[in-house]
Write a protein that binds this ligand. Structure first.
Ligand SMILES: *Cc1c(COP(=O)(O)O)cnc(C)c1O
Length: 362
């Protein structure tokens, strides 16, 4: 017998996800600005909750995540019954693609959209459909033009990664109104906490049947290493997603850390303010050096260089200085570098290194 094992055809179309670098050969005192992490780490309450949870590690975690869902509902003024928790928001994206995208169903994402939308669509037998943006901003008309009777999911991140740009409420409403009846609009709010007063689409989820919001504890809450995210969806969709969710998908320490984090609203407010201050300083300083960026609403800046060669050369210089940022050629932005907003000293170090680079090539 000849062995002839092959995976489902779409699996081999997946390019492996490349995460942000975390070390540079021969460098100590490395500053990691490549994965949009909170430079201040998680709130103290989350660390203490993990330490307490250590004593319960022989017990299975709760399967209904009731305490975390209630904490999220209390803090955000939501209905706990419509919240689902996942192993990062990546897992919520997977549940959506698993439940709705198979059998060639089309999954729309934008040209500079988050890599997981395409990966998850392909992993689940869906067909990713890439649409153009307008000058690095989500283009609602282009998305609506790409919709048809096979469209199952439309993913947009707002603010978007890696562009940092956002579209307004009226545009989101136009998008939700315009997609076909069998399609779901997914609003990825991974960076929502960085925008003061922004609900990331929660009110729209409550008012409609075709909008889902995803959120994460990996960014402003500083818990990327524990993997916790959540989704807010109409009841009928939550019921579907819970059928594919593993009963024990989140560990006890992760649940405890996330619950403490979401209740620490002062921590979030402090991080948001400090991020805005450092981000705006860095963006202005880079612009003065001839490195412009779009106005960012998130915790990173997409620095634009004059060519892909210049962006790569600047990245090499930054690495030689122990500063790790993200190349974004894989997001169709080869002339750009995505720089996470670090603490004040990291931002100063980065601007100083880019100034050196620019002076050397002037
Ligand atoms: C970082 C990020 C996420 C978060 O993913 P997790 O799985 O929750 O860590 C989701 N969407 C976008 C656009 C992101 O940049």
């Amino acid at each position: 017998m000849t062995i002839a094992i092959t995976p489902r055809p779409t699996i081999m179309e997946i390019s492996l996800y490349t995460g942000g670098a975390s070390s540079a050969a021969g460098k100590s005192n490395v500053v990691k600005l490549s994965s949009n992490e909170n430079p201040f780490g998680p709130p103290d309450g989350s660390k203490e909750a993990v330490v307490r949870a250590v004593h319960e590690m022989h017990r299975y975690p709760p399967t209904d995540h009731a305490a975390l869902r209630q904490a999220i509902a209390d803090v955000h003024g939501l209905d706990a019954e419509r919240i689902i928790c996942g192993v990062g928001s990546d897992e919520i994206i997977h549940f959506l693609c698993q439940s709705y995208a198979g059998d060639g169903g089309e999954v729309i994402h934008t040209e500079h959209g988050f890599a997981m939308y395409r990966i998850s669509a392909l992993a689940n037998g869906g067909t990713p459909v890439q649409v153009t943006e307008r000058e690095r901003v989500t283009d609602v008309d282009a998305i609506l033009a790409a919709c048809n009777d096979r469209t199952r999911l439309v993913f947009i991140a707002n603010p978007n990664n890696p562009t940092g740009t956002m579209i307004g409420q009226a545009e989101i409403v136009r998008l939700a109104d315009g997609i076909p009846p069998q399609a779901i609009l997914v609003l990825d709010g991974a960076y929502a906490e960085y925008v003061e007063g922004f609900d990331a689409g929660a009110a729209m989820v409550e008012a409609r049947e075709n909008v889902v919001m995803t959120r994460t504890f990996s960014k402003i809450y500083g818990l990327g290493g524990l993997r916790v995210g959540w989704g807010y969806a109409p009841r009928a969709i939550i019921d579907v997603l819970n059928r594919v969710r593993g009963p024990f998908n989140l560990s006890t320490p992760a649940l405890a850390a996330a619950e403490a984090a979401v209740r620490d609203t002062d921590f979030v407010a402090r991080c948001r303010a400090e991020n805005a201050r450092c981000r705006d300083w860095m963006a202005n300083a880079l612009a003065e050096l001839g490195v412009p960026s779009d106005t960012s609403t998130a915790n990173f800046v997409l620095a634009r260089f004059t060519s892909p060669e210049e962006a790569n050369a600047c990245d090499e210089h930054l690495v030689s200085e122990g500063i790790l940022v993200r190349r974004v050629a894989g997001y169709n932005l080869p002339h750009c570098l995505r720089i996470t907003v670090g603490d004040e000293s990291a931002c100063r170090r980065t601007v100083h290194a880019i100034a050196q680079f620019k002076a050397g090539t002037a």
